[in-house]
Design a protein around this ligand. Structure first.
Ligand SMILES: NC(=O)C1=CN([C@@H]2O[C@H](COP(=O)(O)OP(=O)(O)OC[C@H]3O[C@@H](n4cnc5c(N)ncnc54)[C@H](O)[C@@H]3O)[C@@H](O)[C@H]2O)C=CC1
Ligand SMILES: O=C(O)[C@@H]1CCC=N1
Length: 279
């Protein structure tokens, strides 16, 4: 049965859209045939990826809006005014629909200006682990979004991970932390495995151990309600190997580098938010 599933459209069918679409399918919230996407005509890889899911894949945005109940705006920030402009310009489109924008740095105010006045807007910041239903998402409702829209947003995003409502003022820092965060963790996993390989471990074993260690440590923080500093102390035996490893990390400025990364990424979001994407 597909008749009572929401018809979900993606304006922009790239990496994040594909992660969400695959997560929705594995959550049973969508089927290939209940989704539709658009992408740039040069982007044959995204078109192919959506077709392989069984979804319709187009190079035009207006039909995506016409055929969907919920539209996920998943183009780069600089493309948002162009893509939403296509919808505003179209005389024959009923845009009294829910638009979830995942674009970094594009504010609710800007989104509401780019879309027809009847459109309802929610701004979401997801991350790619939505693909395996371990995503982290937050959302902010726009001025015309209803309680039901907030419920629909939560239903979609909780099916692929966690989802909470936040004030818009936090979104840039959240983008820097959980939106971009998987990339930092992948670098950490690569570095852990590289270290293991340097010290003689086979590469595949090193990746399995590194990824499971990150997963286990994250679950400890999330599920034991214990401060990460206490959990770190539990690992650090007197005169042991962990103390030696931690000392090296502190000498190299590991903690300061991570804090600096979040600050730099937040700053980049603010630059995008402050720029006028129509210019
Ligand atoms: N990749 C990630 O982990 C996350 C990305 N985001 C946001 O998602 C958005 C997309 O990011 P990615 O998926 O990484 O980028 P991407 O480059 O993989 O995807 C962009 C898509 O937009 C399409 N596109 C370009 N021009 C278009 C147009 N005029 N009309 C319709 N589609 C058009 C491209 O063909 C492509 O499919 C960005 O705004 C980003 O800030 C948010 C959270 C996480
Ligand atoms: O790198 C970016 O701009 C996007 C936003 C968060 C993750 N990817």
């Amino acid at each position: 049965m597909t008749s009572n599933l929401l018809k979900i459209g993606f304006i922009g069918g790239g990496k994040m859209a594909q992660a969400m679409a695959k997560g929705f399918i594995s959550a049973g919230l969508a089927k290939g045939e209940t989704m539709i996407s658009s992408c740039h005509p040069s982007d044959l890889a995204s078109a192919k990826a959506f077709k392989e899911l069984g979804a319709e894949s187009l190079f035009e945005n207006v039909p995506v809006v016409k055929k969907s109940d919920v539209i996920i705006v998943s183009v780069k920030p600089s493309v948002v005014p162009i893509a939403l402009g296509d919808i505003k310009k179209a005389a024959d489109v009923k845009a009294d629909k829910l638009f979830l924008s995942i674009a970094m740095g594009v504010t609710i105010k800007q989104l509401e200006q780019f879309l027809p006045s009847e459109s309802r807007v929610v701004r979401v910041m997801p991350n790619t682990p939505a693909l395996v239903r371990s995503g982290t998402s937050v959302f902010v409702t726009g001025s015309r979004a209803t309680e039901k829209d907030a419920e629909t947003t939560k239903k979609l995003l909780q099916a692929v991970g966690t989802c909470e409502q936040v004030p818009e003022g936090l979104l840039d820092a959240i983008t820097a932390l959980s939106g971009s965060g998987p990339a930092y963790i992948y670098v950490l996993i690569e570095a852990l495995a590289d270290g293991g390989v340097k010290m003689g471990l086979p590469r595949d074993l090193a990746y399995r151990l590194a990824s499971q260690t990150v997963l286990g440590a994250a679950q400890m923080v999330r599920d034991t309600n214990t401060h990460p500093g206490v959990l770190k102390d539990d690992v650090t035996s007197p005169a042991g190997s962990t103390a030696a490893g931690l000392h090296f990390l502190e000498q190299k400025g590991f903690r300061a580098a991570v804090i600096g990364a979040i600050e730099a990424a937040t700053q980049r979001c603010r630059e995008v938010a402050q720029s006028d994407p129509t210019k």
